[in-house]
Each structure stands twice: as C-alpha cells, then as structure tokens.
Design a protein around this ligand. Sequence first.
Ligand code: DX5
Ligand code: ZN
Length: 218
Amino acid sequence: MGVLISSSVLNADLANLEQELRRFENAGADMIHIDVMDGVFTESITFGDYVVRSMRPHTDLPFDTHLMVKDPAKLIPLFARAGSDIITIHEESSCDIAACLKKIRQLGKKAGISVNPETDVARIFPYLPLCDMVLIMSVKPGAGGQAFMNESTDKIKAVREEADRLGLDMHISVDGGINDETARLIFEAGANVAVVGTYLLNSDDYVGAMLSIRVAGR
Ligand code: DX5
Ligand code: ZN
C-alpha cells in the first residue's frame, strides 16, 4: 500500500475552514490532521470538539485528531462524538494511557499514541497492541513551521521493528517539518503516514506539493 498524507489545518485560514478543507481534499489529502491544544500541554489553544463538529459535514476524509492536552480522558468521548476517526493521545499526558487507548477503541475509533522528541520511544512499546497508529513528533509540539529533527528516524525504525516483532500491522505517522526531502527520510525509516502542515500551505501549487510527498514514498 502507498503512503498516506494527513493534511494539518493548524496553520490554515481558520476563518475559512470549509474552503481550506475543500482545497486539501482537491489536492489529494488522505486525512485531515487536527491539532487540539489545551494551553497547558502546549502554550497555545486551538480547536475544541465544537470546531470539529462544524468541520465534519464539509469533507468525507477521516479526521486524524491529535490531542496535545494534559488530560485527554474526559475529552475522548467529546471528540469521538464530534466526528473524529483517529484519536491520538500523548505518552507524556497525565492519564491512564492504556485505559484511554481502550476507551478510544470502545467508542469505535482508531487509537493512536504520540511521543515527544525528548521521550524515549521504548516507553510506548507496552501500548502498541492497544494502538492502530503511532505518531512520532519530529518537532517540539505546539507550533507549525519548525525544522524536522533528524533523530526522529531512529525512533521510526525502532517502532517499526517492535511492531513487526509483535506482528502488528500499524500506521506510523510523523508530525513536524515534513517536506518532500524529509518525507523521503521518514518513509525510508518505516513510516507510512506523513503529517503535512506549512510545506503545503506555503506552496502555491497544492496538487504538486502533495504529489511530491507521495512520490517520496515510492
Ligand atoms: C505541531 C503540530 C503539527 C503541525 C505541523 O505541534 O502537531 O501537526 O501542524 O506543521 P508543520 O508541517 O508545519 O511542521
Ligand atoms: Zn499534530
């Protein structure tokens, strides 16, 4: 199977979300990446479940919801109800990780776990059987437009190896600083999903930019 592109709305024109979703869809995005920030886990505050609910009628693409929040437990049902398809929590958040991942699946959604750059990736290994996706942060969480950290490729390799060892066919997604060049590095290391934010948004040719990421995965 080819690679998947999850298009991030973080730096899009948030006053025109309907139009932005359509542009992502027309350019060939496979998913929409929604960065939920709570002002505690990260400095900024972004989208709540009401925003996700408003976006839902405007595209059929899956919503890849990245919860950069301190306490995701109570938010999981809200985002599930609002129309999220994948819900990813952080290893560094303050919650019972296993219970949260199980809850996401009980609600009929795909469960993801994310790790920050400074976190030892082995910390998530015990949770892999409870996950459909691992999201490797290749920048410090909280803002778009940062430079890709090259060390992330070792983490991708380690997760892919462990998933294979466990016989798990899971998505490995990478978030932060993805462009046509860094996309090649992450796909070679074993990732199959690229979160793409400002590389696409800064391009005046969305279709071409999206294609350049897809070509990097061939
Ligand atoms: C950063 C967010 C990312 C962000 C990526 O904390 O999790 O999803 O949108 O943006 P770029 O692709 O510009 O690094
Ligand atoms: Zn993200």
